[in-house]
Design a protein around this ligand. Structure first.
Ligand code: SF4
Length: 329
């Protein structure tokens, strides 16, 4: 095992405050219920994969929970649409029984009355719904397969019925919104969202799919949009607008290698929610020799991965998550 002193210092500082041992598994996991999706979104990496994998089973989900005893929160979503997993609601209920906070991200196309009722009964804590454009044609072009009428009536129904759940709109700030961000925010207001998260960075998924980030705004365009959003929110002060943090930097490094992890539907342990294709990189599999999660989290491969960060370098697939440094490629 590689003993990087900086890592232990980092862990001790956080876990010591919580009274937990330094070897503790993460307090948060992203867990992928499925890689299947009913849409073929242009900004997503899944439509470009030729990877197949069964949905996460209830037994595998229980195994993950049992092997991470300190979990405080999970995001029950990965690369596919989580509501396609038939055991999704059971998984939420199991986690909630352990008092684990559960969030999910959905493409918003499967919000039938029954699914909304099941979400409420599962006691899920937080739901983020992808809502990238108010114009049906532009949205269908961004997210092929989407039916705008049922999508918009589903999100309105969710906002009407799920008052106990923290529901927010999650919107990619693409070039398509450059001219008419105000109309988009008006649409989200009509849909009754109380919180809107705007995401300026369109990921290229670790550099593997550069074309997905083609629709990102330039620095100047983003600056102008931020001003207009500020003006809009001054007129609509019942709505919270959050700009998602853009890039990591040396001063504000990526926390994933040290605090969080991502588990695929076929139980590969991945470094984060960007690098999720195990055939490109993975840190081990929970099915291999029936491994416990702690055996992977505290394994040499994970320490080597962390060492790259701690030694001031970056793995290739992390480069596009960091703001470019002047003078460096
Ligand atoms: S910097 Fe690396 S580990 Fe962190 S989110 Fe990006 S790809 Fe993942």
């Amino acid at each position: 095992m590689i003993l990087n002193r900086k890592y232990w210092y980092y862990r001790r500082k956080l876990l010591g405050l919580l009274g937990l041992p330094v070897y503790s598994e993460p307090l948060h996991l992203d867990i992928e219920p499925t890689i299947r999706c009913n849409l073929r979104c242009r900004i997503c990496q899944v439509p470009k994969w030729n990877r197949t994998c069964p949905d996460l089973s209830l037994d595998s989900f229980k195994k993950i929970l049992n092997s991470a005893p300190y979990l405080k929160s999970i995001k029950l979503q990965g690369m596919g649409e989580p509501l396609l997993n038939k055991d999704f609601f059971e998984m939420v209920k199991l986690a909630r029984l352990r008092d684990i906070k559960v969030s999910m991200h959905t493409n918003g196309t499967l919000l039938s009355d029954l699914n909304i009722q099941n979400l409420i009964e599962s006691q899920i804590n937080e739901i983020a719904v992808s809502c990238d454009h108010y114009d049906p044609l532009i949205l269908k072009n961004l997210r092929p397969g989407l039916n705008f009428e049922s999508f918009s009536s589903g999100i309105m129904q969710l906002n009407k019925c799920a008052s106990e759940i923290h529901v927010k709109a999650y919107s990619l700030l693409t070039l398509d919104l450059k001219e008419n961000i105000e109309r988009h925010l008006d649409f989200l207001l009509v849909c009754n969202f109380k919180e809107i998260v705007l995401q300026p960075d369109i990921t290229d998924w670790g550099g593997n799919y550069p074309e997905t980030s083609n629709s990102a705004l330039s620095h100047e365009e983003l600056k102008e949009i931020k001003e207009r959003v500020k003006e809009w929110s001054e007129k609509n002060d019942g709505t919270t607008i959050v700009f998602q943090k853009s890039r990591y930097s040396q001063e504000s490094p990526c926390p994933w290698p040290f605090h969080y992890s991502y588990i695929t539907a076929d139980l590969y342990v991945q470094p984060c929610s960007i690098c999720t294709n195990p055939s490109i990189f993975n840190l081990g599999n929970l099915n291999h020799r029936n491994r416990e999660f702690s055996g992977i989290w505290n394994r040499t491969a994970y320490f080597k991965f962390r060492d790259i960060f701690l030694n001031g370098k970056l793995p290739d697939f992390c480069r596009s998550c960091y703001a470019p440094v002047k003078g460096k490629p």
